[in-house]
Design a binder for this molecule. Structure first.
Ligand code: PMT
Length: 418
């Protein structure tokens, strides 16, 4: 991180002279260095020296800047990637620990949100004083990096701990903190990239419905639930909070996913309408019966004549209802299970059910549809259709979800489909 912004604050100590070589070294390596000096620090090491070495004016007072519109303590605290207080005398450590802001350096410390380092320098008794030790403990607990002073003969002719660390040690500490910060920033952005659905609620329906005729018999279809379960797993892996509304299947749900079991289309309707209230993305992969028996019998129906006519009544179209009542920002993905004229029939469903996208599979295509671990689909959008090759149902789940995210964020779906 060669162009990191390093702010150095000097307080009153003879050790200030060591900062000249630190500033010189950092500047030569391409770091951007700015310096604040307290009045007492400036008495030990003139601002002119530090200005020449850092190639910038040195800040000594809140009110001595050329730019009157600039509020130095705010501007400097925002500018800094790292703030080193060196030498840190007992007074500045006490002010920092208590939050006192009565000059430029202490005000900038209070306003700073970047990593903080302090290199104490003082008389051994001042350093060992319980007040100073408590202040250092407080700062350490707040996340400050304290660069311990060395033992030796001090300027006051007493021997003990209090000599500020050498410029090479300060430089090493600065680089270590910058590297750690850089690594944690990279890992945060990696996490964001890996979990693009973090914070999103995804509701997926899966499997068949069963429409009961009597305690023994029902009407259903061949859906295994594999496609819906694979989408739920993909959503979980992309960081979403997932609810899987599932018809009766024999496969296990992915761990970490809430499962709402349903049996009939009416059950599914109730569950989906409840779940839709809070959902960002809804995917209707369930194979829903369009009709149910008009009469459902409590007892097993007895055999009678050679033919039997059973009356069916229409089930509600759940997807159409969800499409007509979409919440703000909600993205709705339907499926279409076809055996002929795939794209044309699917487009009618996309439009009539007000879906944002629709995944169409043809049951007559090998490797697609019911029971398989793979699928071959067309993705339909309001303005275009994309044909995808054979892939696992889970890989398709990733594509569907990333495409829905693009739709929600108003991005081109093109990138999600690459
Ligand atoms: O479970 P698998 O074995 O893995 O098989 C996957 C699958 C073939 C079931 C899946 O890929 C699929 O196509 N699911 C949708 C099945 C379906 O009901 O298609 P449809 O064309 O009949 O219905 C269109 C859409 O309306 C679907 O999103 C469906 O969930 C929904 N629908 C249908 C009827 C109804 N009454 N209410 C609905 O919401």
């Amino acid at each position: 991180m060669e162009s990191a912004h390093i702010l150095i604050g000097l307080s009153g100590s003879i050790a200030a002279f060591k900062i000249a070589s630190l500033v010189s070294s950092l500047t030569k390596q391409g770091y951007e260095v700015r310096v604040i000096e307290t009045k007492h620090a400036a008495a030990f090491l003139g601002p002119l020296t530090l200005a020449a070495l850092s190639h910038h004016d040195v800040y000594t007072d809140e009110f001595n800047g050329a730019n009157e519109a600039m509020i130095p303590h705010i501007a400097l605290s925002r500018w800094a990637d790292l703030f080193l207080i060196a030498p840190a005398d007992a007074n500045i450590l006490a002010k920092a620990a208590c939050g006192i802001a009565d000059d430029l350096l202490s005000s900038t410390i209070l306003a700073a949100t970047c990593p903080m380092l302090a290199a104490p320098a003082m008389n051994v008794h001042m350093f060992e004083n319980i007040a100073t030790q408590n202040n250092l403990k407080t700062l350490h607990e707040r996340g400050w990096h304290i660069i311990d002073p060395a033992y030796g003969m001090l300027a006051c002719q007493e021997a003990g701990q209090g000599r500020m660390a050498e410029p090479a040690d300060l430089e090493a500490a600065i680089k270590a903190v910058l590297a750690k910060n850089d690594a944690s920033r990279q890992s945060e952005s990696r996490q964001e990239a890996d979990l693009p659905l973090q914070g999103k609620r995804v509701v997926v329906s899966a499997g068949p419905t069963q429409e009961s005729l009597d305690p023994v018999r029902f009407m259903s279809n061949h859906s295994s639930g594999k496609q819906g379960y694979a989408i739920a797993k993909a959503a979980r892996d992309l960081g979403a909070t997932v609810t899987l509304v599932s018809g009766p299947v024999t496969i296990a749900p992915p761990e970490g996913v809430e499962v709402v079991p349903i049996v009939s289309a009416l059950d599914l309707e109730k569950a989906m309408l409840e779940q839709a209230e809070m959902a960002d993305f809804i995917i209707m992969a369930a194979a829903v019966a369009d009709y149910r028996f008009k009469d459902q019998h409590d007892q097993k129906m007895k055999k009678s004549g050679d033919t039997l006519t059973l009356e069916l009544v229409k089930n509600p179209d759940i997807l159409a209802h969800l499409g007509a009542n979409k919440k703000t920002g909600q993205i709705l993905c339907g499926f279409a299970m076809e055996t002929e004229n795939l794209d044309a029939n699917a487009r009618i469903k996309l439009e009539s059910k007000n879906c944002d996208m629709l995944v169409a599979n043809n049951l007559h295509t090998k490797g697609a549809g019911f029971q398989t671990d793979t699928n071959i689909v067309s993705l339909l959008f309001k303005d275009r259709t994309e044909h995808l090759d054979l892939q696992t149902k889970e890989a398709l789940g990733h594509i569907i979800l990333k495409t829905m995210l693009s739709l929600q964020e108003g991005d081109s779906v093109h990138a999600a489909l690459r």
